[in-house]
Design a protein around this ligand. Structure first.
Ligand code: HDE
Length: 688
């Protein structure tokens, strides 16, 4: 049986007819020889006449389309949204009417700054864009995993993006914000300070797309059938809980597996472990908007959940990988302007700019106005209009009439319908034209301070280290100090920690706030990752490092206990051929030790035979496996035979409660311990 006889999962495929299996040109002509071009004589020149070769190379030459100007690296997945609470009193959107109804979706996660081929675990914001194929048209909720943004007005977006992308003269650095240009721009744009708090926190290095929140960021409107409007902020809350990696781990993951996040998503869905998010809404009215300390149109501000609770109204389940990455993930075209009746925009100047940009960019990227004909973009409800022609038109209006109004009666095509058609909320608008920034957008530090005081000590340490790392990559002292002058307005502790980390002795003057005073807001637990962690190891991965002769009973007990938890177990071994356990059974390896460093696992266990422990102790990748797991505050399960390796990795002298001696009976206890995900107490002892 050759590989063409096998289906996607390797199973035998039903025999297709010979004609169906015959390779053809794009014109459908069967191809006799796909290995050799047509030549004049065996050693003669190739002939222009060779339509098979010309067509093949012509098509290949045109395979690339422009990558997205931002969010180029992304990963798309199919799923569905199920409504769990109907909200007709708030919105007449069809998708929000019937509990239990499922609406198909396509979600694309992405990094922002890096090119299409960059690595997944960059310190960056993650895009979280979902297309809902509703019965009343497509609704695109194009959000991020961070609820605020760098800038307040869309006109600054090209500058922001230019500053973070590779410098135009040298073409680097790639997929990083740790450089002078970015921090130069940020430190000259105090409105960005709040966002950088999130970006320097572990939010920007998620463990997986599955373990991060999503936010619509802007204030939108929900409009009910009576035409009444409420303001709304959209939230995605992962049922998997929140989890991030630590920065040193991220650096190592990127080397070991640049596709870490997309592989994680593919594997989880392939294994039937479908990630889910609850859709939450924060709903408020004009009264609240008037009372609120900040402007609800300012995308650099959150509305704390303590002030407006998040109400859960449905669940997104991602349950199918794409069939083809280009056709779906690359060609999907999200547009913030894609809204449905019952949802509407507000005057947020960032959102208003986005409504232009997304449609505009799709035209350039996908080559013409007919990108809605591409299956992943096409609505799944009937579409009737008089738009026609253009590049790659797959279908045009039928019949004689292609204009409206017309007097061709039934044959004249679709008609407008004010009863079910989209109605803009008739918000009152007045004022002089002016290029200005409203005073109500001017407090740039209070919510940044609130973010800081809402973090656990561990998270504060990571956040300060984030700034220290990034600013240490800035060669210009004036840029480092300018940024520090903003952090002094955020919080003294943060400024002091960063100054110490940079080695700054004399503190600069604090930046002059655009608006004083900077307010002390109460902490909000929702802003912390660690306060919202999971209570299980479900969906996480144990790296089980085995040698030949490892105790079969213990190995099986560990595998069973972790799988019962809903976790994955990856076998790491000295050779990819795997190992033979003490009872003679074989275990195939998922990774050879130097290809499966501990950075790619959530916890590790070392199960060796007595003599193997000594052997692996001298092996550098094995030493790194242990010392990295230790440094990244991971739980480490070990057996006595692993002691020489623990010694060689310099962790034996500092054995702590995060290092668990394993026995056949204690596999379940090890899982319980791992539910905490990390042994953060250790990190405080390490001099990072
Ligand atoms: Fe985007 N953004 N953006 N953005 N954005 C794009 O559209 C833009 C902003 C977001 O997976 C582009 O199709 C402007 C905020 C996501 O295909 C482009 C401004 C938020 C994605 C664009 C913003 C986002 C994009 C590039 C400032 C979170 C990926 C390719 C006003 C709420 C969508 C494309 C995908 C992509 C413009 C700011 C999220 C150029 C002008 C705020 C998730 O149109």
């Amino acid at each position: 049986m050759d590989r063409n006889d096998l289906g996607k999962g390797g199973e035998p495929r039903q025999q297709a007819s010979k004609r169906e299996r015959t390779m053809t040109t794009a014109q459908g002509g069967p191809i006799a020889d796909d290995q050799n071009s047509l030549k004049a004589g065996a050693r003669g020149p190739s002939l222009l006449e060779d339509h098979v070769m010309r067509e093949k190379i012509f098509h290949f030459d045109h395979e690339r389309i422009p990558e997205r100007v931002v969010h180029a690296r992304g990963y798309g997945v199919h799923g569905h949204f199920e409504l769990t609470e109907a909200i007709p009193e708030l919105s007449c959107a069809d998708i929000f009417q019937r509990v239990g109804e499922k609406t198909p979706t396509f979600t694309r996660f992405s990094t922002v700054a890096g090119n299409k081929g960059s690595f997944d675990v960059a310190r960056d914001v993650r895009g979280f864009a979902t297309k809902f194929y509703t019965k009343e048209g497509n609704w695109d909720l194009v959000g991020n995993n961070i609820p605020v943004f760098f800038i307040q007005d869309a006109i600054k977006f090209p500058d922001l993006v230019h500053s973070v992308k590779p410098a135009p003269d040298r073409g680097f650095p790639q997929a990083q914000s740790a450089h002078d240009n970015f921090w130069d721009f940020i430190s000259l744009s105090p409105e960005a300070v709040h966002m950088t708090m999130w970006q320097m926190s572990d939010r920007a290095i998620p463990r997986s797309f599955r373990f991060m929140e999503g936010f619509g960021v802007h204030t939108f409107r929900l409009v009910n059938a009576e035409g009444q409007s409420h303001y709304v902020k959209f939230h995605w809350k992962p049922k998997q809980g929140l989890q991030s990696v630590v920065w040193n781990e991220a650096l190592k993951i990127n080397g070991a597996d640049p596709d870490f996040h997309r592989r994680d998503m593919w594997d989880a869905i392939d294994a039937g472990d479908f990630p889910q998010w609850d859709l939450g809404i924060q709903v408020f009215d004009d009264d609240f908007a008037d009372r609120f300390e900040f402007d609800i149109l300012d995308a650099t501000k959150i509305i704390p959940e303590e002030q407006v609770p998040v109400r859960i109204i449905g669940t997104l389940t991602l349950d199918a990988n794409v069939d083809n990455f280009f056709a779906e993930t690359e060609q999907v075209a999200f547009c913030t302007q894609n809204i449905v009746r019952g949802v509407d925009h507000t005057n947020d100047p960032l959102l208003q700019g986005r409504n232009f940009s997304y449609l505009d960019t799709q035209l350039k990227r996908l080559g013409g106005p007919n990108f809605t004909h591409i299956p992943v973009n096409a609505p799944k409800c009937p579409v009737h209009h008089f738009q026609q022609d253009g590049h790659m038109a797959m279908h045009n209006p039928k019949g004689r009439a292609n204009y409206e109004p017309n007097s061709w009666g039934e044959d004249g095509g679709p008609r407008e319908n004010p009863e079910i058609g989209f109605q803009s909320y008739p918000a009152e608008v007045e004022g002089e034209k002016q290029r200005t920034r409203t005073e109500t957008f001017a407090d740039h530090y209070s919510q940044a301070r609130q973010f800081w005081i809402s973090q656990t000590e561990v998270e504060q340490r990571h956040l300060a280290s984030g700034y220290i790392f990034e600013l240490s990559k800035c060669q210009e002292e004036r840029i480092r100090l300018r940024m520090l002058s903003h952090l002094m307005n955020v919080h003294d502790d943060l400024a002091r920690m960063v100054a110490e980390g940079l080695g700054v002795g004399d503190m600069p003057e604090p930046a002059t706030p655009a608006r004083a005073p900077i307010t002390d807001l109460p902490p909000s637990d929702a802003l912390s990752i660690l306060k919202n962690g999971p209570d299980s190891f479900r969906g996480r991965k144990l790296g089980l490092y085995l040698s030949d002769g490892a105790d079969a009973e213990l190995v099986t007990a560990l595998e069973d206990a972790f799988r019962a938890e809903g976790a994955m177990v990856a076998i790491v071994a000295p050779h990819i051929q795997g190992v033979t356990l003490s009872d003679g059974t074989a275990r195939a390896a998922d990774e050879k030790i130097d290809g499966g460093p501990s950075a790619v696992f959530d916890a590790v266990a070392l199960v060796f035979s007595d003599d193997a422990g000594q052997r692996v102790a001298g092996n550098p990748p094995s030493q790194d496996f242990v010392s990295d797991a230790f440094a990244h505050a991971k739980f480490i399960g070990w057996t006595q035979a692993a002691m020489p390796l623990l010694q060689a990795a310099c962790v034996a002298a500092t054995m702590d409660d995060g290092m668990i001696e394993l026995s056949r009976d204690s596999a379940g206890d090890f899982v319980n311990t791992c539910r905490k995900l990390r042994f953060w107490e250790r990190e405080a002892e390490l001099a990072w």
